[in-house]
Design a protein around this ligand. Sequence first.
Ligand code: ADP
Ligand code: ZN
Ligand code: ZN
Length: 804
Amino acid sequence: MNIASVIVDVPAHQTDKSFDYVIPDQYIGSILPGMRIVVPFGPRKIQGFVVDVKSDSDFTKLREIVEPMDLYPVLTEELLNLGNWLSDVTLCYKISAFQAMLPAALKAKYEKNIVLSKNADPQQLILPLQQLFLDRKELSWEDAIKMGILSEVQKEAANGTIDVVYEVKAKVRKKRLKHIKPILSVEELKNQKNNISARAEKQLKVIDYFIQHHEPVELRRLLEELHISSATVSSLVDKKILEELEVEVYRDPYQNRQFQKTLPLKLTEGQQKVIEPIQQTILINQHKVFLLYGVTGSGKTEIYLQSIQTVLEQGKEAIVLVPEISLTPQMVNRFKGRFGDQVAVLHSGLSAGEKYDEWRKIHKKEVSVVVGARSAIFAPFENIGIIIIDEEHETSYKQEETPRYHARDVAIKRAEYFQCPVVLGSATPSLESFARAQKGVYELLSLPSRMNNRSLPAVEIVDMRDELKKGNRSMFSTSLFEKMQDRIEKRQQIVLLLNKRGYSSFVICRDCGYVVNCPHCEISLTYHRSQQLMKCHYCGHEEHVPQNCPDCLSEHIRYFGTGTQKVEEELGKVLPEARVIRMDVDTTSRKGSHEKLLQAFQEGKADILLGTQMIAKGLDFPNITLVGVLTADTMLHLPDFRSSEKTFQLLTQVSGRAGRHELPGEVVIQTYSPEHYSVVLSGQQDYDQFYQQEMMIRKIRRYPPFYFLTLLTITHEDLLKVVSVTEKVTKYLRSKLSNNAIVLGPVASPIPRINNRYRYQCLIKYKNEPVLTNALKTILDQYQQEMIKTGLQISIDLNPIILM
Ligand code: ADP
Ligand code: ZN
Ligand code: ZN
C-alpha cells in the first residue's frame, strides 16, 4: 500500500481527476485517505487531498509525495464521497468541493521561498546574495522583493544555483498557552527545598505550590496567584525542577457567557403529534425528510431540541442549520442552554481562528451538536442522527459561488448515507418544499397554532397612494404614526422594517428623469449621505453628486427614495422622544455589533428598532407590540420570478415578530400595491392561499417547482465576444436537449454590465433532461482554454436562486 491517489489543488479540467504518487517509506501507513499532503506537480510543489491508498498503479514513473500536511484525515470517507457527488451535481472541480468542506483556516496559502540549490556554494553567488546566504538557508520571496534583489535572484536562478520553492503553510496556528509543570515528583520537590536558599522565598513558594498541585498550570495564572515574576519560574526551569510546555487551547467565542440551563418543556398535544414520527425514524434508523410547517411562535424550536435529545440518547450527533442572520445569541442560547458544552457554533461572525477551533471540536468529537450557518452542513461528524434546517425557505442556504450547492440538497444526501431524518422547518416554506410535501416526497408535519393559542397579530394594510392624496407627504402613514405614539407612551417596543440599505437609493433628475448610473455596471449608483458620495454596490465605483443634470442641465437633481438613515432622521423630527436603534449593513459591519444592538434593544434601551431585512428574523422579545413595514413593495418589482414569494415570506416573517408573548401584537404594512396578492395574503397570514395562487402562476409561466432551471451567464469585456459565445452555446444546447426543454437566450442579463464586463445569459427550463449535465460539461471543456487565455467567464448555476 505505497501508492496514494491524490486530487491536486489545481482547479482545472485536466487536473479534475486523481493522480498517483508513491508514498515514501517513512510515511507508509501514516498517509491515509482524507489527509492533505504536499506533492510535486510539474515544477511546483502543491497541496493535494489523498482520496485513496492502494498497492499498485496503472501508471509508471510515479513521483514521490513530499510530505503530509495533516496528522489525521481532515475529510472522512463519507465527506470524500460527498465531494465527488457535489462536483457532479454542481459542475465544480473536485478540489473546490473538498476545499468548501473545510474551515477557511485550513485552506493553505502558498508561500514562495528562495533557497540555495543543492551543492551550490554561497561564496560563488553574486554579492548581495552571497552575504544573505552565508548565514541562512532560505529567503522569503517577499523579503527578496523588499530588498530589491529580484534581478540578481533571477540571474542566479538561470545559473541553477538558486531555486524557488513553494511552501504550503496553514494560515492559522492553533492557539497555544505557556504552561508550567513539575519535572520532579512530590518527594523530590520536598527534597529540593533544602537546596534552595531560604532567601529565595519566591522560588520556595513555587515549589510549595507544585507540592500541593502536582499538575501543569498556565504560566500566567501561576504568576498571578503567587504574585511572582516570570524570572522566578525561569530560574526553576533552569534548575530542571520545572519545565515549560505549550498547551493547545480553544478560542471559545462564548466562553465568557453564562448559559442558563433549560429543561425540556412538556409538549403540547400538537407538538407531541409532530415529534412522534421524527423520533420514530431516529429510533429505527430510517431516512425521511420532514417538512415542519408551523406559524411563527408555534413551538418548532422546542421540537428541534427534543428531537436532538433523542438523537443524543442514541449516542449520535446532530446538525442544525440556521440562516446567518438569525444566528443571534438568543438562538445560540436556546441550544447551549439545553445541551451546554456539547454544542459547537459555526457562523461567519467568528474569526478564522475561532471557526477553526469550533471545527476541531467537531472533528475530535468533543461536541455532538453543531449549530451553524450554511457551511456547517459539512461538519465532520461520523454518526449523524438528525439534520435540522430552520427557516428552510431562506435563500442564503444556496451558496452563490463555486461550488453552487444548496444546503438542503447536501443535508438530504448526508442523511441518506446515515439513514437519519432531515427536518425542514418554516412558517413560510419554499414553494419547492411545500410542493414536495404535497406530493408525499417529504412528510408534512403541521403546527397550525401559536403556543397557548396566542392569536397572530392583527395586520393593517395601508395604501400609501391614499395618504399622498390626503396630503400626507411623510414616510409614515397616519395610522402607523398614531400607533407608534401610542406604544411609546405605553413604553412598549416597535420594530420598523425598511427593505433597503444606505441613506437613499438613487440620484434622479426631477425634471427629465435622468438616473445616475455606474459608468462600468449599468446599475444606478447608491447615494451615501455620510460621505456625500454615490457608490456602485457591484464594483465600488464612487463619485460626487453632480450639481446639474448631465442630460438637461437642470438643478433639480437629487437623491430619491428612502434609506434607514433618512427614516432615523425623520423619526428624530416627528417623535423626538423616541430612542431609536438602527440596524443595517452599515451599522452592523463590525464584528459583534449585530449582537450588541439586539442586546441593547432587548434590555429596553430603545423604543424603536429600525432596520433592513436582517431584523425580520429570530427576534423574540416580549415587549414588541407593533411592527411597521415602511415599504412592502420594494422587492415586488425585481426582475425575479420569486419576487412575490420573497415578499410574502418577508412580510409574514416580520409580522411574526409582534405579540409573541402576553402582549397582543399589531402590524402595519405600508404599500403602493395594496391589491397585490402577496401583500394581501401575508396580511391574512394565509400561506395556503398564497401557495395555491403562486403555484398557478408558476405552472403557467413554467417555473419551479414545475420546471427545473439552469442559468448560464457569460461575461467578457468585449460585447461582441460575449454575444457570439452565448449564441453558440445556446445553439449547442438547443441541438442537444429534447423538444420539451425551453432554451431562452441569448439575452442580456438583468444587470447587463458589471465592472466593465458585459453579461449575457441563457436560461434553460426543463423537466427531465438526462443529457444536460454532459452537455454543460462539454461547453466548459470546449471553452476552457479561452477562459484561461482571454478572461472569458462561463458560470453555470443549476437551480439558481438569484437570476440577475
Ligand atoms: P417557533 O420556533 O415555531 O417560532 P418557539 O419554539 O420559539 O416557536 O416557541 C414560541 C414560544 O413558546 C417560546 O417562548 C417557547 O419557549 C414557548 N414554548 C414552546 N413549546 C412550549 C411548550 N411545550 N410549553 C410551553 N412553552 C413552550
Ligand atoms: Zn435632467
Ligand atoms: Zn460599478
